[in-house]
Ligand binder design. Structure first.
Ligand SMILES: Nc1ccn([C@@H]2O[C@H](COP(=O)(O)OP(=O)(O)OP(=O)(O)O)[C@@H](O)[C@H]2O)c(=O)n1
Ligand SMILES: C[C@](O)(CO)[C@H](O)COP(=O)(O)O
Length: 389
């Protein structure tokens, strides 16, 4: 039974695209061989795991499900598709009604911001986790701004007091639900609606790639950016390290094995430094951040989790990004446990967790030097090779 995500992402894609002038709903216009919606969903599914509610024009629900199946890999169980309304706000409201009861944090994201990098989602969730009622990604205003009356320039506006709002815009679920229930006016974004309900909304750094595809020029810009994006060279290598101190509760888990009679390692998970070093090496090779990006302490489902959970999810993340695991080499630096008799067993366990990719495990001591030599903890160093799937 997979854990229910505590984050819900409402992807609003029900707009008509009038300003784009493509003659149909903007979300289904192609940037390249993929639609605006598909590119948006690729970013959503590379973000921390969430329920994904996709809001689309009436009659396009089936197309949206197809896009979602392709973007979500084998996580289509996280996807709900609903029909939008006449305004963005009505579409968001329809999406909110489809959220699961366990969802505590809601991100509302414009499908039109199709190239938004995953780290923007993480920054917004992090701000809510840090206590904000709401948080939105913003960019500084770079043009000189004027106040106008028709064709008359009335005054200059101090751009240092301004910012350009992007999405995903994130909120505590109870705050957003209450604000939408009380809304008595139309707002162009959810931050304005929540602020009108009396809540403070914080700003986090946005990203230039999170621009909204509104006009034909924006679509050309997106097409040029994707055309210019070089196919990532294959194969690629990554390196990862991890350290954990002894002193944890229960039994030692290391290199995917349980070690009865040995001191346990401490940490948010089971402290398996070997598995965590491999995770960092694989994510580094794929350019997908690091273990904190995807398995931070804000992810309760990984509290106490063992190697198979970490390595299985990492393998999924790589697959979703178009990579497969080539092989991994990892070295443990510790006085205990003694690996010689169980090295092959460890290699089998780690390989199984990586979908069968070959894993070599070696172990060494530091001849009494450093914290590992004093028996205070364990270090692990991993190198990973990945290739285009
Ligand atoms: N009734 C609407 C209107 C907008 N949106 C979504 O809200 C986001 C921002 O809206 P915008 O960029 O204005 O999209 P459109 O409304 O399609 O564009 P236009 O205003 O040019 O018609 C888009 O992802 C759009 O799909 C929506 O879900 N439902
Ligand atoms: C929500 C939004 O993308 C934040 O900048 C923007 O307000 C959408 O505005 P639009 O008028 O619906 O394009």
């Amino acid at each position: 039974m997979l854990p229910v995500p505590r984050v819900g992402i409402v992807v609003v894609a029900a707009g008509s695209g009038t300003r784009l002038g493509a003659g149909g709903p903007k979300a289904f216009v192609g940037i390249d061989r993929h639609s605006i919606l598909r590119h948006a969903l690729d970013g959503v599914f590379a973000a921390p795991e969430a329920q994904v509610v996709i809001v689309v024009p009436e009659g396009r629900e089936g197309d949206a499900r197809t896009e979602a199946l392709e973007a979500s890999g084998d996580r289509s169980d996280l996807v709900t598709v609903v029909t939008g309304g006449a305004t963005r706000q009505e579409s968001v409201a329809a999406g909110l009604r489809a959220l699961w009861g366990d969802v505590e944090i809601v991100l509302v994201h414009d499908a039109a911001r199709a190239l938004t990098p995953p780290e923007v989602f993480s920054r917004v969730v992090g701000a809510i986790d840090a206590g904000a009622d709401g948080a939105i990604p913003v960019l500084p205003v770079i043009d000189t701004i004027k106040r106008v009356a028709g064709e008359e320039i009335v005054a200059a506006v101090d751009r240092s007091e301004l910012a350009s709002a992007q999405t995903p815009q994130g909120f505590r679920r109870d705050v957003l639900d209450a604000a939408y229930a009380a809304a008595s006016a139309e707002f162009t974004d959810d931050a304005a609606l929540v602020a009108d309900a009396g809540h403070a909304v914080s700003a986090v750094p946005g990203h230039p790639l999170a621009f909204k595809i509104t006009t034909a020029a924006d679509l050309d810009r997106a097409r040029h950016l994707l055309a210019a994006a070089p196919e990532p060279a294959s194969p690629r290598v990554g390196v990862g390290t991890d350290v954990h101190a002894f002193g944890g509760d229960g039994t030692l888990w290391l290199a995917g094995l349980e070690w009865p009679g040995e001191q346990a390692l401490s940490g948010h998970s089971d402290g398996d430094a070997v598995a965590h070093a491999i995770v960092d090496a694989l994510l580094a090779a794929a350019g997908l951040g690091d273990i904190g990006t995807h398995f931070g302490t804000d992810r309760p489902e990984f509290a106490g989790a063992h190697a198979d959970a970490f390595l299985g999810r990492t393998t999924e993340l790589l697959r979703e990004a178009g990579w497969r695991v080539g092989n991994v080499s990892v070295q443990v630096q510790a006085n205990r446990p003694r690996f010689a008799a169980r090295r092959a067993e460890a290699e089998r366990a780690l390989s199984a967790a990586l979908g069968g990719a070959p894993v070599s495990v070696s172990a060494t001591t530091t001849d009494g030097l450093g914290f590992t030599g004093r028996g205070e903890g364990v270090s692990a160093y991993a190198v990973a090779l990945i290739a285009a799937a």
